[in-house]
Design a protein around this ligand. Sequence first.
Ligand code: ATP
Length: 238
Amino acid sequence: MLLEVEDLCVNYGHIEAIRHISFSVEEGQVVSLIGANGAGKTTTLKTISGLRTVREGRVVFEGRDITKVPAYERVALRLSQAPEGRGVFVGMSVRENLDMGAYVRTDRKTSAYREDLERVFSLFPRLAEREKQVAGTMSGGEQQMLAIGRALMARPRLLLLDEPSMGLAPKLIQQIFAIIKEINEQGTTVLVVEQNAAQALKLADRAHILETGEIVRSGTGAELAGDEAVKAAYLGGD
Ligand code: ATP
């Protein structure tokens, strides 16, 4: 297992944002977490990337308990997150943002770094065209691509994506999911949190449904997409 989340409980003060969540991610998989607003999806991802502290439970990455490892060290372990709401450095150029993604790497002057930059540019040709543009002046979709590209520059073994389709036009949503599939096929394991259940289930090897801080259903993407209760609640009943 690449990632094991065991019996995780996270609070904001007395609010129990997530309660006794357990799931795992195998190397090579795409795993999706689906749920409505406030279900605890972002909290789960932030806890895995080290931005929230755990009240109870463990996060194990490549067999190592990282529950207390600080976020910046987790990036160096090659676990990296593209945050919700994009979170790019708006005053920096596209290229500077990508360089920031590689900040923890020690091989920035080598061909490996250049190769990764080329890989990001081939996944997102728009970023290559806009290399010198200030990130804050890019469109929402372009900033989303940049956030994913920046996370990829850390060469993650596990890429965490928080609502990559949020705020995007339908055509761009298709495109972002196709790119996530390609990233996975190139060898990066992906854990994606989404409100767009239809797309996220289509992509997923395994998926879990979160409701008010708990996992209420798990299965393969196809199993959940075919489940009547899931269809009624998350797929518009069709
Ligand atoms: P969304 O899709 O709306 O982002 P989510 O599934 O990602 O929702 P979380 O953001 O993880 O949900 O929130 C889970 C619960 O924790 C919610 O009830 C939310 O109000 C609460 N919560 C999140 N962040 C904080 C915070 N900083 N302080 C207090 N409560 C918080």
